[in-house]
Design a protein around this ligand. Sequence first.
Ligand code: F6P
Length: 535
Amino acid sequence: MWDKLRSLHEVSADRAITTLFDDAMRSDVFSVEADDLYFDYSKTNIDAETLSALIALADVKNVEARRAAMFSGEKINETEDRAVLHTALRNLDGGPVFVDGEDVMPGVLQTLEQMASFANAVRDGRFTGAGGKITDVVNIGIGGSDLGPAMAVPSLAPFADGPRVHFISNVDGADLADTLATLDPTTTLVLVASKTFTTMETMMNAQSAFNWMKQKVADPAAQFAAISTAMAETAAFGIPAERVFGFSDWVGGRYSMWGPIGLSIMLAIGPDDFKDFLRGGQAMDRHFCEAPLANNMPVALALVGIWHHQICGFGTRAVLPYEQRLVRLPAYLQQLEMESNGKSVSIEGKELDQTVGPIVWGEPGTNGQHAFYQLIHQGKQIVPCEFLVGAQGHESELAAHHKALLANCLAQSEALLLGRDLDTARSMMAAKGFEGAALEANAMQRVFSGNRPSTTLMYKKLTPFVLGQIIALYEHRVFVEGTILGINSYDQWGVELGKELAQKLAPAVEENGSTADLHPATANLVTRAKALRDA
Ligand code: F6P
């Protein structure tokens, strides 16, 4: 199947995508609708034969069987011997879900109610700090214990009617200092979010936040809550059990915002809107499980991804939300996609014979247009672009802004498709009075090759439900790509070596620490940093 796809690529490499639009039905065939989302991939160089081959690939790679295994609680995270059931966290009105013969749904729903009752108490002022009603919440976590809520809270700002929510993740004291500088410890609630409750950055930040609070609050632990799978560690930190929100090891860190890790989102927007977010995720789960492969949105996204990266050899993909509030979506997706699928070894532990996991990057439009779009339009390398846009903004009084935003989004994808040829550029420059060599040189600068692929994910308005759909869509895309490539998308061994070395280096950067056992390149920089520190 891979060979067939490669030969289809050879045939189509020089084909103009625009010619595919000779088929008047192209936009209908190369698009998928699921509840409130519409995904258009007509502006890619995928034709009907290629699409059939891609779907056949998904079929041969047993995507449907592995999907069933995931949803039914089988331990598809083989290297960690764990089930992968973040979908259970949004299974609001679904049936039982079994792990090792036990239905996990009663526990999931009970924890959701525990979160809702705590969130309501904080939001309506029954839970207070030393200084009265909680005005600010600080989520301390990193990676999967930060990025989901840090992306979702600004995304859902129009729904936020609770305390202000802040995020501290980096071990760089600047993150902690700048955030806490704006806050009153007596009216601040701190959530320590860590699946393991051992992550160095989070534990250090939590301790420093505790010390900060102790200066003004007699019982700081009373204004701390914990979100973790490690109950012994949360108790050792001094957080009482009634404010510990637990989850299980079958929820991966970067898939965890649907449960207690999402508590900061719930505090901001309230339990009802948070449940709408879960319902959006659940709707995408249903679509993913029920729609045929040929008309399945996560499968379509994954197949476009495989086509562009594995077959066409495009090394990166840009995520371009025309939605300022999705400003952290690219960062969120970097962890979701690159920590899940940035691997070189198959599930069986064998070296893979092709690259896996494109580099994911991006920035909201229209800002990106005035920054890196130059390369996207005229650079030598092709960057497949994934646009996201809503038909409406929340600011009805600023509808003109939203129309401008929409027009810009559609203009960019059209410019990538159509480009501008040399003759047109020459005519433009001639009309401006250029002649001869100057006309030629100036025309060349204004040529756009076009034929650059993009997709568009469109929705009516960014609501909690729609955000839930979008995030579940990307989660399942990762799963489908990982399954086709034969990798385990749910472990992350690649983050371990750096952590180990940082531990080893910690004593060396102390005042009297020895550099004797360090690699000479590292020893040189440690010595230089110490000299600069002491200068
Ligand atoms: O360093 C990577 C990682 O293990 C992520 O997978 C995880 O989301 C993050 O660290 C935080 O881990 P924890 O929630 O255990 O603090």
